[in-house]
Ligand binder design. Structure first.
Ligand code: GLC
Length: 533
């Protein structure tokens, strides 16, 4: 596992996640589309990101915003056509930007032809069926077949059958992983992957990648399945990357993925960093203070420990991806954390050896908008995911330049705040969050020490957080409101350091101490490269 190669483009990636419904609407129907994204590629190129990850673009009845796929080989008409995707991939590559799609392998829509056939044919085992209802979770058949099916997420998302890791005579619906239905599903998975790779996409974010084989202790059979896919990819498509939605990189990378996220819903690690328990949040996740919060009651230690553990397990075989936010949880700007407070989070994101993943709009400080109604399954129990899915704010024209449709026809309303940030205003304002993010992206992409391969040495694990990258660069991050000070190790000799980016409000004293004002950060070149232990 440890000698597996990761495509260089992934190791150098600054990923930008586009929720296609909400990015740019070219045809005035109120919903974003691929030609809309094409028209904004020059902006993304100016920003400096080099990978786009799209949420699902496939045909769907949109019971879960496209995570309920009804045809894996067709682009949803509301986003455009396959030709539009091909044109976009080509135009993006001309600008040095790769495109990743979202692959939903664990379930389909209940309107997918495979499921319709399965719901009418008692002999079909591509989904998981029981004649009796094992628990409330199982959903009554909607076809000629009697019985109940197992959903993977919402009831409209029947689980594809990849088999069970263990048989149980009391549960006759279990099938082994090599039964005909699971074998057909595994073959279909490769067909889907190959189809889109052949059209020029570079890889996939893989939805609920952990969920395939059921009752699978330590996910061993699921790992076997993905490792088979990986072995095939390494031979047939070695430049392709699979980025798991698993939330446990130390398990998912050995299972075959090139990278995986630290995520909000899987343990406290991501939340301990910048999940501020506001916005789209489940009470059971707790309210422990996060590190990037103005009151400064958090600590980076939990994150750092998880980081060390994941890196030790993975070695050079893959990466940990770190999202600012995504379509399932709150943006950085949420509740008590305002746009003027989040620049240090970007400084951390773009100088840490993880894969930085920027959720569209976070780079201008778009906020999580509370109080919106459900849209296409966005309300998931207590999680109001719609608050993170509002249209991109481009300029001061109607609908913030997102769409020419009447405001009432938009996918979700524009943030009603009259002071909402826009791309246009921030591009015109040197020092804006957008310019800071751009400068940080430039610094990362032009300074290998700040990327995934540079070594890491944490020299102060509190407020401020201080670390050395690649033995050549010092990073100071103060995410709280109050000034923070710390001594620097003598070996760094930092008194004449050159500031690469940031630095407002950060002082490196002659005696080797750092003082960082509230919400400040700085990235410095160390005068004499030091040992990076
Ligand atoms: C993933 C997606 C989420 C979706 C779910 C079911 O967690 O990120 O948006 O609802 O899977 O596919």
């Amino acid at each position: 596992m440890r000698d597996r190669a990761v495509p260089g483009w992934l190791s150098d990636a600054v990923i930008y996640q586009i929720y296609p419904q909400s990015f740019a609407d070219s045809d005035g129907d109120g919903i974003g589309d691929l030609p809309g994204v094409l028209a904004r590629l020059d902006h993304l190129s100016w920003l400096g990101v080099n990978v786009i990850w799209f949420n699902p673009l496939f045909a769907s009845p949109f019971g879960d915003a496209g995570y309920d796929v009804s045809d894996y080989f067709t682009i949803a008409p509301r986003y455009g056509t396959e030709q539009d995707l091909i044109a976009l991939v080509k135009a993006a590559r001309e600008r040095g930007i790769r495109v990743m799609l979202d692959l939903v392998p664990g379930h389909t829509s209940d309107r997918h032809a495979w499921f319709r056939a399965s719901a009418d044919d008692p002999g079909d085992d591509r989904y998981i069926w029981s004649e009796t209802r094992p628990s409330e979770e199982w959903v009554p058949s909607t076809g000629a077949r009697q019985g109940f099916y197992l959903p993977n997420f919402y009831p409209v998302q029947p689980a594809l059958n990849f088999g069970y890791a263990r048989m149980n005579p009391d549960e006759p619906w279990r099938r082994p992983v090599d039964a005909p239905g699971p074998a057909a599903n595994r073959a279909a998975l490769r067909e889907i992957i190959a189809y889109w790779l052949d059209l020029g996409v570079s890889g996939f974010r893989v939805d609920m990648a952990f969920s395939l084989v059921k009752d699978d202790p330590e996910r061993r059979e699921t790992a076997r399945l993905w490792n088979d896919v990986r072995a095939w990819l390494d031979t047939e498509y070695p430049d392709c990357a699979l980025l798991a939605e698993w939330g446990d990189p130390k398990t998912s990378v050995p299972a075959g993925f090139h990278a995986d996220f630290f995520l909000h819903a899987v343990g406290p690690v991501w939340r301990s960093l910048w999940g501020n328990a506001e916005g789209s949040h489940r009470p059971e996740w707790g309210t422990d203070p996060c590190f990037f919060a103005p009151d400064g009651r958090g600590s980076p230690k939990r994150f750092l420990a998880a980081w060390d553990e994941a890196r030790d397990a993975i070695g050079g075989a893959g990466h940990v991806a770190l999202p600012t936010a995504n379509h399932d949880f709150s943006r950085l700007v949420c509740g008590s954390r305002t746009a003027s407070m989040v620049a240090p989070a970007f400084a951390f994101l773009l100088t840490w050896p993880s894969l930085p993943t920027i959720y569209y709009g976070d780079e201008i400080g778009m906020r999580y908008v509370p109080g919106l109604p459900d849209k296409e399954g966005s309300q998931c129990g207590p999680e109001a995911r719609q608050g993170s899915r509002t249209p991109m704010q481009w300029d001061a024209s109607p609908n913030a330049g997102f769409s020419t449709a009447p405001a009432g026809a938009l996918y979700l309303p524009i943030d009603p705040d009259p002071d909402r940030p826009t791309v246009e205003a921030q591009r015109a304002a040197p020092g804006s969050l957008l310019h800071q993010v751009r400068a940080l992206i430039t610094a990362r992409r032009t300074t290998p020490a700040l990327g995934t391969s540079g070594t890491l040495r944490v020299v102060h694990d509190g407020y401020p957080l201080i670390y050395v990258r690649g033995g050549t660069h010092l990073v100071v991050i103060n995410p709280r409101q109050a000034t923070a000070t710390a001594p620097l190790p003598q070996d760094l000799g930092m008194s004449e350091a050159h500031c690469l980016v940031g630095g407002d409000g950060v002082k490196l004293g002659p005696g080797g101490e750092v003082s960082a004002d509230g919400f400040s950060y700085g990235v410095y070149r160390i005068p004499q490269a030091c040992p990076a232990t």
